[in-house]
Write a protein that binds this ligand. Structure first.
Ligand SMILES: CC(C)(COP(=O)(O)OP(=O)(O)OC[C@H]1O[C@@H](n2cnc3c(N)ncnc32)[C@H](O)[C@@H]1OP(=O)(O)O)[C@@H](O)C(=O)NCCC(=O)NCCS
Length: 193
């Protein structure tokens, strides 16, 4: 069973295994950069501190507050999902509200779909934002399917500065809440029989 947790030093060993699997590729939704020392326990704890502080970022110079949650399964680090609280013009064009990445050995198990659905359900309880923007490369089939499975409606396809097409999707957060309610009701009905 997957869970969303706040970044925590107890996942260090599992995170490092995942980090090796990514093999230097950009870890979407994880905010780990070349300059970050995630290997030593002290460096890992410091980096986690930065992730947690990002939630209360002052919101200037194009940086917006961002909540990071780790997708976990027991003591296993599976991936990361990031929710940016507001859109800047740059995020409205191409970054969107939400980014995510799943470690290679756990892909295709429903982790991203579950995490996105769970995050949307949590946002729905807060009542804002009413809708969220997600973007992905036009040829990222797994991400396209993840977004569409969670209710994403395609607004348009744009091109980045290198001319590569990317998709922009909106998800109505209230509709997610309604879908979750319908599922709960179905489950209750099933339980009753
Ligand atoms: C995109 C990504 C997050 C999907 O994570 P995941 O946990 O494997 O996705 P899920 O298992 O929830 O699958 C979601 C859908 O994608 C499909 N899918 C998963 N991997 C796929 C693949 N390699 N090729 C085609 N479809 C794939 C699944 O079948 C599922 O479709 P369905 O709803 O029709 O059944 C993951 O591949 C990843 O981390 N990629 C690298 C980083 C990245 O691209 N992040 C997103 C940036 S926008």
């Amino acid at each position: 069973m997957f869970t969303l947790v706040a970044p925590d030093p107890s996942y260090h060993q599992s995170f490092l295994e995942s980090h090796r699997e990514w093999a230097g590729a950009h870890q979407d939704g994880a905010a780990v950069f070349m300059a970050d020392d995630v290997t030593s326990p002290e460096g890992f704890a410091h980096w986690i501190g930065k992730l947690l502080d990002a939630e209360n970022a002052p919101g200037k110079d194009g940086i917006v507050p961002c909540t990071f949650r780790w997708i976990t399964e027991g003591s296993r680090y599976v991936g990361s999902i990031a929710f940016r609280h507001h859109l800047t013009p740059a995020l409205l064009n191409s970054g969107g509200h939400i980014g995510y990445g799943i470690r290679p050995s756990d892909r295709g198990r429903g982790a991203a779909s579950w995490a996105l659905q769970e995050l949307l359900a949590q946002l729905a309880t807060k009542g804002k934002p009413g809708r969220v923007l997600l973007t992905c490369d036009d040829n990222n089939i797994a991400s396209v399917k993840t977004i569409e499975r969670c209710g994403g409606l395609l607004e348009d396809v744009r091109r980045d500065e290198d001319g590569h097409p990317f998709r922009r999707y909106w998800i109505d957060v209230g509709a997610v809440s309604a879908r979750a309610g319908a599922r709960t009701n179905t489950a209750r009905t099933a339980d009753a029989h």
